[in-house]
Each structure stands twice: as C-alpha cells, then as structure tokens.
Design a binder for this molecule. Structure first.
Ligand code: NAP
Ligand code: 8YV
Length: 319
C-alpha cells in the first residue's frame, strides 16, 4: 500500500514542512492545479488527510469533494474557515496550532499600539520625505498609565496582559465567561468596557458568534480619544463603520493586523495618520512560523502513527 494522500490547501506549507511530510504522505497541492474544482471532482475522494491554514480553511465548495477525509491540520490557531462542529459530527479530527504563537501575536498587538499611539509611520514618513527641516512632528500621546480593555482574554490575551503590566496599564477584559484565576477587572458588557477604557485590544476568534461584535456603538463608546487595536479577526469589527468612525473623528485611532476581506483593505484607511496597517503578520516571524509548522506536521504524522493528535480544536477533543 502507498503513502496516504495529503491535500494541501493554501500557501502554509514551508520547505521544511514539505520535506517532513513527503516522507510519509503523497502530497497534492490544490493551488497548483489548473482547474481546482475539476481536479477536486476527479481526485477529492482519494484524499484522506488535509493541511490548510487559517485563511483558506476548508471551504464548503472544497469540503463537498472530500468524503474520505480523516484529519484536517490547520496551520494557525484560528479555524473559523473550517466547520469544526460538522467535522466532529462526521468523525473528522480537526487540529490547530495554539500556544506556540501566543508571545508573537501579543508582541504584534503591542507593536501596533505603540506605533499607532506614537505615530511611528507618520513620523517615519516625515523624516524620509525630507520635510523634517520644515517643522517638527506634532506631539503624540503616551502609552503609559492607560486604561486598557481586552476583548478575549484567552491564550494570547493573557500573554498580552502580562506584557501590558510594564506600561502600568489598568487592565480590564470582556469575554462570555469570567475567568476564575485572573485579577483583571471583568466586564460582562462589551459596551461598558469600551466606555471605560482608553485602549481596546481585540483578540477573539472570528466566526458567526463574534461577527461585528465591535460595532458603531462600541466605537462611539471608545470615543474620539480611544484606540482600537485588532489582531483577532477582521470579521469581529464592522469595517464600514470603522472607516466612518475614523473619518468623523468619533473614534480616535486604530491599529489593524486583520481585515474583513483580506487581502483587500478599504482604501480610505491609506491616507489616515491615526491608523497603522499590517498585512496579517501577527505570528509571522521565522521562529514562530517554524514552531507552528512543526506542530501542524506533527498532528498529521502522529495521527498516521496511532490515530491520535496533539492539539485538536475544542469541538474535536476526546474523539
Ligand atoms: P483562545 O485562547 O480560544 O481565546 C479566545 C478568547 O476569546 C477567550 O477569552 C474567549 O472567552 C473569547 N471569546 C470567544 N468567543 C467570544 C465571544 N463570542 N464573545 C466574547 N468573547 C469571546 O484563542 P487564542 O489562542 O488566544 O486566539 C484568539 C484568536 O486570535 C484566534 O482565534 C485567531 O482568530 C486570532 N489570531 C490572530 C493572529 C494574527 O496573525 N493576527 C494570530 C493568531 C491568532 P469565552 O469563551 O469566555 O468567551
Ligand atoms: C496565521 C493566524 O497567519 O493563527 C492564526 O489564527 O491568524 C495566523 O497565525 C494564519 O493562520 C495563517 O494563515
């Protein structure tokens, strides 16, 4: 019997991952097929393993061609583009890469906040443009001693909160459940938290349950001096309302690593000095991506060896 067929979706397979995987699997890369749908119709039923990433997931038009799948390994912790509940119901194990990226994403969130509040991009542009001799940069606001609210005090959110202590931040959080083991102030109302803080970090998963949680009311509550930093998912923030709130000055500043329709970004944001934009690079360092790659590969190879995995998504725990 030959090696099992592994379908690779998206661009998450690095050369080291490929080298490890081709020892044990026959690899088929969907993006290399001239006609993906025709290829899936002809070959999808032979695929038993999937490697994908958080961006691509396994969308319904792909999933319908994969009746024999046993395990889906997601390179990334967010798996909002995989219907994990449906997979669990069909006996398909879905895995992801939690924890190994906590520090990196927390660092990115901090970087975005610092860059936004201290106008890093604006002032860098001033120097590069040669216009500094025409006048000094306008003053910015300190990042010390701020009231900070975290939407989603999970693995990454807690790592972020630990780092915020260095800036003497007064930390609050909102999530569906109060955490018994943390001393930070809990808000059961997202709106109340937004009213009370200066800086608002969003680090929840995407998907239907969090869609547009950060809406016009939340932005208005954060207010003209408030700062929104989003490193969770673009879908959590109502992007149309975000652009309007920034244009009207109803919301002060925004630092964004994620967007509703990546890689498309509203052009209205490009000219705004009060905004810092990143192309979804929260975990994108050599070190962290290698750790994510190892875990994504190990989930597949361990399943092949003994039908268990290291890091199943919550819906698939205990399968
Ligand atoms: P996690 O440990 O599962 O934490 C998620 C947090 O969000 C929990 O505190 C959870 O608390 C809260 N939450 C979930 N649904 C909610 C809802 N409907 N309303 C309010 N709070 C809700 O996840 P993580 O490992 O920290 O990762 C969080 C997310 O970050 C990922 O899912 C991914 O989307 C994103 N991410 C982005 C990047 C990037 O490159 N920008 C990198 C990694 C991760 P409750 O369950 O109590 O509500
Ligand atoms: C990855 C992420 O860039 O882990 C996540 O949820 O958003 C990022 O770490 C993404 O999964 C790769 O597409």
């Amino acid at each position: 019997m030959g090696n099992p067929n592994l379908l690779v979706i998206g661009g998450g397979m690095s050369p080291p991952m490929q080298a490890a995987l081709e020892q044990k699997f026959t690899i088929h890369q969907l993006a290399k097929q001239a006609d993906e749908q025709a290829w899936l119709a002809a070959n999808g039923a032979d695929m038993t393993y999937v490697l994908t990433d958080g961006h691509w997931g396994v969308r319904p038009d792909v999933m319908k061609h994969l009746p024999s799948i046993e395990v889906i390994s997601c390179y990334g912790v967010g798996y909002d583009n995989i219907d994990a509940a449906d997979c669990a119901g069909r006996g398909i194990v879905v895995t992801h890469t939690p924890n190994v990226l906590n520090a990196e994403v927390a660092n990115t969130a901090l970087m975005l906040w610092l860059a936004t509040s201290r106008r890093l991009v604006r002032d860098d542009r001033l120097v590069r443009s040669g216009k500094w001799p025409e006048g000094n940069a306008a003053l910015t606001h300190s990042i010390d001693d701020r009231k900070v609210g975290i939407l989603g005090l999970g693995r990454i959110g807690e790592e972020l909160a630990r780092r915020l202590a260095v800036f003497n931040a007064d930390i609050s959080y909102h999530s569906r459940n109060k955490k018994p083991d943390v001393a930070y102030r809990y808000y059961d109302s997202l709106l109340d938290m937004a009213r009370d803080v200066d800086v608002f970090f969003c680090i929840t998963p995407g998907g239907a349950a969090t869609h547009h949680l950060v809406n016009r009311d939340v932005m208005d509550a954060l207010g003209p001096d408030g700062t929104l930093i989003n490193v969770g998912r673009g879908t959590v923030v109502d992007e149309v309302e975000l652009v309007k709130a920034l244009q009207d000055g109803r919301l002060g500043n925004a630092g964004l690593d994620v967007f509703e329709k990546e890689p498309q970004v509203p052009a209205a944001l490009f000219e705004m000095d009060q905004v810092t934009l990143l192309p979804h690079v929260g975990s994108a360092t050599v070190e962290t991506r290698a750790a994510m790659g190892n875990l994504a590969v190990e989930n597949l190879t361990q399943f092949l060896a003994n039908k268990t995995v290291i890091s199943p998504v919550p819906e698939c725990q205990g399968m």
